[in-house]
Write a protein that binds this ligand. Structure first.
Ligand SMILES: [Zn+2]
Ligand SMILES: [Zn+2]
Ligand SMILES: [Zn+2]
Length: 459
C-alpha cells in the first residue's frame, strides 16, 4: 500500500482542474524521474514594430511551472533521461563508424580499431574467468603463500557472475589502495599522453615529422571510461585514421589498420605519469596495465559498428555506483561506516580522503572526487573530428519537437528570422512529491524505483 500522504497527493492531483495539462507535461518529460521546474516566459516580438506577437508564460501552467527533463546521463539517477543520452551516444559513435549525421559513408574504408586500455594490478582480487564455456577457479595456487596478515593467497572457488566478492581483494590489508585511487586520478593525463605518443609513433613509422603527419593524417577517437569491479577505471576507445581534413578525406595508403595497431601497442607501453611525492608518500610512476585489447572494427565481421556503438553507449550512462559506492558526493565529515557501502568501496573512498588531505597531492582533488574513487575525468569524450556533436543531435531533436508543438497549436508558427524570441527562465525546483511520482510512473510507464526513498515513512 502506498503511504497515506501519497494517496492524498494522488487524489488531490487527480481532482485538480489542471490535471490534464499536468499529465501532458509529465508525458513530455518522457518519464524523467526528477524533472526540473522552470518558471518564466517566452515572448515572440516583431523586430520591426516591437509588437508582442505571442507570449507563453508558465503562470497558466499547473503550479505555475513548466517541467522539463533533468537530462542526466546517469542511469542510477534517472533511467529515462539516461536512455536518451545512451541513444544519442550510440548515434554519435555509430556515425563515426558507418557514416551518417554529416559523416560520409566512405569513412567505413578508413582504418579503425576498438581498443581497451586497462589499469595495472593493485593486488590479487576475486575474479571470474571462463575458458571454453567453463568457469575457472578464481585464483588457485597449490603452494600459495600466506601474506603478512595471515591470509592464504589462494581462492579455488568458481565464482558466479553476480557474486559480490568479485573485484574485492583476497587480502584488503595487502591491497594497494593508494595506487588504485592515484591511477584513477591520473588516468585522464595518461590517456592524453597515450594519444600524443600514438601520433609520434605513426610519424616515425612513416618517416615523417609531426607536422608532416598532421598534413597527411588525422587521428580521431571516441572513448568511454568504465569502472572495473575492483574500482579502477579502464577505457574503451574507437581510434580511426582519416585524411588531413577528417572523415571526409582518405588517409594515405601507408596509414593501415596494422600501422595503427602497432602505434597503439607501442604508445601504451611507452607512456607513464608520475604521482608527486607527498608527506609520507613516495612519488609513484603509473602506467597502463599489461592487458591490452586491440581489435579491428569491420562492417560485417567479428566486431561490427553496431556492437561497438552499443558497447560504448552502454557504459556512457554508468558511473562508479556499480562498484558498490554512492552516486553522490561524500565528505570527510560523513561517517563512512554508516553509509551503505561495500567494504572495498569504503576503503577506496577512505584512501581518497587520506591522500586528498596531503598538500603535495592537493591538485588531484581526491577529496571532492572520493565518490568516484578518485576519477574526475569525463566519462565519454571524443576528438573534434570524430563525428557529429551532442549539440547537433539534440538540436535535431529539439527541431522535431518544435515542429510537433507548432502542428498541435502550442507554438505560433513564425519564420525564425522574422521574430525576436526573448525567453526568461528561472529555476523553481526539481522532482516529484510521492503522490505525483506514483501518477507520473503510471502515465509514462517508467517504474519509479528509488523515488519512494524520498519518503522514509512510506510502505
Ligand atoms: Zn531525468
Ligand atoms: Zn575468489
Ligand atoms: Zn595481507
Amino acid at each position: 500500500m502506498p503511504h497515506p500522504h501519497a494517496v492524498a497527493g494522488m487524489v488531490s492531483r487527480l481532482n485538480d482542474p489542471h490535471y490534464a495539462r499536468w499529465a501532458s507535461q509529465v508525458r513530455a518529460t518522457g518519464g524523467c524521474r526528477q524533472p526540473i521546474h522552470l518558471r518564466g516566459k517566452v515572448d515572440h516580438i516583431d523586430p520591426a514594430t516591437g509588437e508582442l506577437l505571442h507570449r507563453y508564460s508558465t503562470r497558466a501552467e499547473p503550479g505555475g511551472v513548466l517541467r522539463v527533463p533533468c537530462k542526466t546521463r546517469r542511469a542510477s539517477r534517472c533511467p529515462a533521461c539516461a536512455e536518451v543520452y545512451r541513444a544519442d551516444t550510440y548515434q554519435l559513435i555509430r556515425a563515426g563508424l558507418a557514416g551518417g549525421k554529416g559523416v560520409p559513408e566512405t569513412v567505413t574504408g578508413h582504418p579503425c580499431l576498438f581498443v581497451t586500455l586497462t589499469a595495472p594490478s593493485f593486488g590479487v582480487v576475486h575474479t571470474r574467468r571462463e575458458k571454453n564455456g567453463k568457469v575457472l577457479p578464481c585464483h588457485a595456487r597449490r603452494d600459495a603463500a600466506t601474506c603478512p596478515h595471515g591470509r592464504v593467497m589462494s581462492c579455488t572457488a568458481r565464482h558466479g557472475s553476480e557474486e559480490t566478492c568479485l573485484g574485492e581483494p583476497l587480502c584488503p590489508d595487502c591491497y594497494d589502495y593508494a595506487g588504485s585511487v592515484l591511477f584513477n586520478a591520473l588516468s585522464p593525463e595518461l590517456w592524453r599522453r597515450f594519444t600524443l605518443a600514438l601520433r609520434r609513433r605513426l610519424a616515425k613509422t612513416a618517416g615523417l615529422t609531426q607536422r608532416e603527419l598532421r598534413e597527411q593524417v588525422t587521428v580521431s577517437f571516441a572513448k568511454v571510461a568504465e569502472y572495473q569491479r575492483r574500482g579502477v577505471v579502464h577505457f574503451h576507445a574507437v581510434i580511426r585514421l582519416d585524411g588531413p581534413d577528417g572523415p571526409t578525406a582518405s588517409p594515405p595508403s601507408w596509414a593501415t589498420a596494422d600501422a595503427l595497431a602497432d602505434a597503439v601497442r607501442h604508445a601504451v607501453s611507452a607512456v607513464a605519469v608520475t604521482a608527486p611525492a607527498a608527506e609520507g608518500e613516495p612519488a609513484r610512476v603509473l602506467r597502463w596495465g599489461t592487458q591490452l585489447d586491440v581489435r579491428p572494427i569491420t562492417m560485417g565481421g567479428e566486431l561490427t559498428d553496431q556492437a561497438v556503438a552499443g558497447y560504448i553507449a552502454k557504459y556512457a550512462t554508468k558511473a562508479a555506483e556499480c562498484v558498490g559506492t554512492l552516486d553522490r558526493r561524500v565528505s570527510p565529515l560523513d561517517d563512512l561506516d554508516a553509509l551503505p557501502l561495500r567494504e572495498h568501496a569504503r576503503r577506496l573512498i577512505a584512501e581518497c580522503f587520506r591522500l586528498g588531505a596531503l598538500d603535495g597531492l592537493a591538485e588531484l582533488r581526491l577529496t571532492q572526487w572520493a565518490h568516484m574513487l578518485g576519477f574526475r575525468g569525463h566519462f565519454s569524450t571524443k576528438s573534434r573530428r570524430y563525428s557529429t556533436t551532442f549539440g547537433a543531435i539534440r538540436e535535431e531533436r529539439a527541431e522535431h519537437m518544435r515542429a510537433e508543438a507548432v502542428s498541435t497549436g502550442r507554438l505560433p508558427l513564425f519564420e525564425e528570422d522574422t521574430v525576436l524570441v526573448i525567453a526568461e527562465w528561472e529555476y523553481a525546483g526539481q522532482g516529484y512529491s510521492l503522490g505525483d511520482a506514483l501518477l507520473a510512473a503510471a502515465l509514462t510507464g517508467v517504474p519509479l524505483a528509488g523515488v519512494a526513498l524520498a519518503d522514509p515513512g512510506g510502505r
